[in-house]
Design a protein around this ligand. Sequence first.
Ligand SMILES: *Cc1c(COP(=O)(O)O)cnc(C)c1O
Length: 220
Amino acid sequence: MNVLAENLKRVERNIKDACERSGRSIEDVTLIAVSKRKPASLIREAYALGLRDFGENYAQELAEKAQELSDLKDIRWHMIGHVQRNKVNLVVKHTSVLHTVDSDKLASALAARVTQPLPVFISVNLGQEASKSGCAVSELPALVEKVREQQSLSLLGLMAIPPRAEAPEQARPHFERLRQLAEQHQLKGLSMGMSADYMVAVEEGATHVRVGTSLFGARE
Ligand SMILES: *Cc1c(COP(=O)(O)O)cnc(C)c1O
């Protein structure tokens, strides 16, 4: 078995174990393979192993890979990076799920351009970090309302990247917080957990985990 196949097996096993520990069903967790800065050929390999959901951070890179892999009809592209408003056209063309709605203005710009309902998450800046995008917790109620007003956006839930930590357990309170915020707004989707902490995220209710390094190896 090659390295990618082994990595995938391990990640899937870890997700399954975390589901069992927390009494959840594995069907409720989508593994998004984060392929940023990795070649299309590797995505094709991952697809052949059964993966269908891929995450990209940059609009241009997502569009190029989507075009190169357009023969893979049921592949789903998840935009997980901050979206600049001048990239909205490019993004909506190829994206199945957008995880990073972080402002009224972006929500309106997206809504004006999509041709069929676009599933979205609102990204939340839980740690109030200046280096991260995402809606402030205090602004979340207004943004939820705004996104729900848009007929062409379908709000799945909330997304977050917790502050960098030494140990996976340090992310747990942030994941818990995101779950509580989602519950307050009757939202079911939780896009949370990366290579370092996806098992903790699943235990705390993640419906979408975004795993790059643990599948594809370190990025350049
Ligand atoms: C890069 C990235 C990931 C994946 O990170 P890994 O640590 O490589 O698993 C997940 N989510 C977002 C938003 C990212 O930018």
